[in-house]
Design a protein around this ligand. Structure first.
Ligand code: 3PG
Ligand code: CO
Length: 553
């Protein structure tokens, strides 16, 4: 039985409205031409920085500070928002899958035993992101799973690949496909009929999120399940090389691999087993619904094969989706959102579609829905669909700012929480000029929210989930930009390992509140206790320590 009542903070008052602003993909970095935040005009964020060290500091947003396996793992929105919302560091999917594969426990679990029943007569299909980015999936985990499954009796395996170029360099897909083909050749030599069956770019095929565009999932369904796609090849390396002539890795169109009779080599049929091998939740929920739900009306599936389906993890704890999974997800319980609702904090959360689940689902520990609909309101602003955000770099920043402003001025909420997506979503396109515009737009949205907080005598907490826009180029060990063999700059579309800023302030901030200097390694997980304090409460004992102290002046 959880005791939800939080102790009163000995010094801080209750009742001040608080804006919690998360700038997505906004890290701190040395100023140069590839730091879009530096190049852009960002007067609001610049002015917050003037408050250092008492009201502005840096916190860690990557690696072990957010539950990732190593310090080389860049941050990402899932682990970042999980840490922000949950106030503790949980071993994340990437790490849990590593452990389960290393110990072999993955093969003893309920999920694997379930799909294994199909190995005798059916095909094992593996669908997921082919990348070593470590954000949604990792190639080495796929390699181990292929080996393990074949040792456990899978005789026919089909891999449905999604190319990355977003968490890794664009163009790296070719090397990943070659590596996979090599492994599959080795398996074939051991008598396992193992092949790549289909593919496509992650942003165009399968990996949509938050129901932004079901067409993306449909394209994948058609290729993976029905064996139908606009492009047919007999070889996946050739497919990717050819399709890259007109698109980058993120946006490759769907293709299927066919045999000499033009017949798809690996549609999903009755009796097969399917595993989606991504560990990260957001971009797997939609395909999981298509694979699992009998009742489904998001697109015409044409055929709904009777399969045994398991996710690498369970992707949604509230929906219990999917019902079978190979590795148990981190048990992110007792999040700050749940505590605060139990303590009477009325909460408003908002972003546009592509980041909506970040400030709701991820924030609440990969749980969809409200804790208490009477106390919470979550507003989603529809994202533009079917574009890459470099053509619309302002995205819906203004609208998010306005919604937050109105929520604050309505005085109906104690916490108004937003995610401002621009730095991240435009940063992922690798378009430097557009990312500069994006950063300016994000800064303007922050200003709108801070002005509203000022009007109601509230408090603001401005931070970010991980770096992205502050470095748009791949660098060597000494920090110099790297060029490819044709002399082109290697553009960094991915996140970074940089720390992120956090700023506190507002006319409602009690005098004497400042950042402590005894948590120099503080990270995103320290933010929840900080926000609870500002609401007038002491955080639960097992939360990471607060970043603030109150000095008597
Ligand atoms: C994505 O899913 O868009 C990227 O892989 C990671 O970006 P995010 O962690 O900022 O969502
Ligand atoms: Co991102």
């Amino acid at each position: 039985q959880v005791s939800w009542k939080l102790a009163d903070h000995p010094k801080l008052p209750k009742g001040k409205p608080i804006a919690v602003v998360v700038l997505d993909g906004w890290g701190e970095n040395k100023p140069d031409e590839f730091n879009c935040i530096h190049v852009a005009q960002t007067p609001t964020m610049d002015s917050l920085k003037q408050g250092a060290p008492e009201k502005w500091r840096l916190i860690r947003a990557h690696g072990t500070a957010v539950g990732l396996p190593t310090e080389d793992d860049m941050g990402n929105s899932e682990v970042g928002h999980n840490a922000l919302g949950a106030g503790r560091i949980f071993a994340q999917g990437a790490k849990l899958v590593d452990l389960a594969l290393a110990s072999g426990k993955i093969y003893e679990g309920e999920g694997f035993k379930y799909i294994r029943k199909s190995f005798e007569k059916g095909t094992l299909h593996l669908i997921g992101l082919l990348s070593d980015g470590g954000v949604h999936s990792r190639l080495d985990q796929l390699q181990l799973l292929l080996k393990g499954a074949s040792e456990c009796g899978a005789k026919r395996i089909r891999v449905h690949i999604l190319t990355d170029g977003r968490d890794v360099l664009d163009g790296s897909s070719v090397g990943f496909v070659e590596t996979l083909e090599n492994d599959l050749t080795n398996l074939r030599e051991k008598g396992v009929d193992a092949r790549i069956a289909s593919g496509g770019g992650r942003m165009y095929v399968t990996m949509d999120r938050y129901e932004n565009d079901w067409n993306v999932v449909k394209r994948g369904w058609d290729a993976q399940v029905l064996g139908e796609a606009p492009h047919k090849f007999t070889n996946a390396v050739e497919a990717v090389k050819k399709l890259r002539e007109n698109a980058n890795d993120q946006y490759l169109p769907a293709f299927v691999i066919v045999d000499e009779n033009e017949k798809a080599v690996g549609p999903i049929v009755d009796g097969d087993a399917v595993v989606t091998f991504n560990f990260r939740a957001d971009r797997m929920v939609m395909i999981a619904k298509a694979l699992e739900y009998q009742d489904f009306d998001k697109f015409d599936r044409v055929r709904f094969p009777k399969i045994r389906y398991a996710g690498m993890l369970q992707y949604d704890g509230e929906l219990k989706l999917p019902s079978h999974y190979l590795v148990s997800p981190p048990e992110i319980d007792r999040t700050s959102g749940e505590y605060l609702v139990h303590n009477g904090i009325r909460t408003f959360a908002c972003s546009e579609t592509v980041k909506f689940g970040h400030v709701t689902f991820f924030w609440n520990g990969n749980r969809s829905g409200y804790f208490n609909p009477e106390m919470e309101e979550y507003v989603e602003i529809p994202s533009d669909v079917g574009i890459t955000f470099n053509v619309q770099p302002k995205m819906k920043a203004l609208e998010i700012g306005e919604k937050a402003r109105d929520a604050i001025l309505s005085r109906k909420f104690d916490q108004v929480r937003v995610n401002i997506p621009n730095g991240d979503m435009v940063g992922h396109t690798g378009d430097i000029q557009a990312t500069i515009v994006a950063c300016k737009a994000a800064d303007e949205a922050v200003k709108m929210i801070l002005d509203a907080i000022e009007q109601v005598g509230g408090i603001y907490v401005v931070t970010a989930d991980h770096g992205n826009a502050e470095d748009m180029v791949k660098r060597n060990k000494s920090g110099q930009p790297v060029y490819d063999k044709n002399g082109n700059l290697q553009i960094l579309t991915s996140h970074t390992c940089q720390p992120v800023p956090i700023a506190i302030g507002g006319t409602g901030l009690a005098p004497g509140v400042r950042f402590r200097n005894d948590v120099p390694d503080g990270g995103l997980a320290n933010v929840a206790a900080t926000v609870m304090n500002l609401h007038g409460y002491v955080a639960p004992n097992d939360y990471e320590p607060t970043l603030i102290e109150v000095v008597d002046n």
